[in-house]
Design a protein around this ligand. Structure first.
Ligand code: NAP
Length: 199
């Protein structure tokens, strides 16, 4: 069996300089339920890999994220996740890795065990940067909002000759009406894009 595909999934707004903001002060500086539902749809049933800071940013009652093996990377040898209250069903729950490589290997093994062909890297900035060279696809929610931030998405070269091209189906497809932009219940514009690595 070939290795499971590696996908990165994130949501980004932008700062005044146009940089793609994904976080501020350890959290996401917006509330967009439509994106949380999209994230759940995309990742449920597949292992997720995250940095320890992103784990800490999840509300304790939501971690480990259910229905997914959660793999957390940390350099702290004695770090333990506070998951005692949520042991999880087989194939879910949380495991700890001491490197991104080990984390991806654990996530890939969990995917193969559960019959999934995909692992999802769910942040944050450090872990996206470390895994982008290995990624097959990136699923990006663009939020039309200017915010200050201190964590940024990696840059994707999607122009001619770049590593990435827009793919996706349905409302995510290139050429979707209005460029795929939708308006959230809270009035914020957003769209979901899928980039596939050019082969
Ligand atoms: N908008 C989105 O879609 C989205 C998604 C996820 C996260 N975020 C945001 O992103 C921000 C967090 O990003 P971040 O870059 O600060 O942190 P992060 O990538 O979530 O986690 C960084 C931590 O992961 C561990 N780590 C990183 N590289 C490692 C390696 N090579 N080997 C072993 N461990 C490694 C270290 O943990 P130790 O310090 O424990 O050693 C490091 O401090 C937050 O604001 C969060 O809300 C946004």
């Amino acid at each position: 069996m070939s290795r499971p595909a590696v996908g990165l999934v994130w949501a980004q707004a932008h700062d005044a300089a146009g940089r793609p903001v994904i976080g501020a002060g350890g959290v996401m500086p917006w509330h967009l339920p439509e994106d949380l539902a999209h994230f759940r749809r995309v990742t449920t049933g597949h292992p997720v890999l995250m940095g320890r800071v992103t784990w800490d940013s999840l509300p304790p009652r939501f971690r480990p994220l259910p229905g997914r093996r959660n793999v957390v990377v940390t350099r702290q040898e004695d770090w333990l996740p506070d998951d005692a209250a949520h042991p999880g069903a087989p194939g879910t729950g949380v495991v700890v890795a001491s490197s991104v490589e080990e984390g991806l290997a654990l996530a890939s093994a969990a995917a193969e065990e559960s019959g999934s062909e995909q692992v999802w890297v769910m942040g944050g900035a450090q872990v996206y940067a470390a895994t982008l060279p290995l990624a097959d696809r990136c699923v990006v929610t663009e939020i039309d909002l200017e915010v200050d931030g201190d964590a940024f998405a990696p840059a994707l070269a999607a122009g001619p000759g770049g590593d990435w091209e827009l793919g996706g189906v349905g409302p995510d497809a290139p050429g979707a009406p209005d460029g795929g932009w939708q308006t959230s219940a809270a009035g914020v514009r957003f769209r979901m894009l899928t980039y596939e690595r050019r082969r």
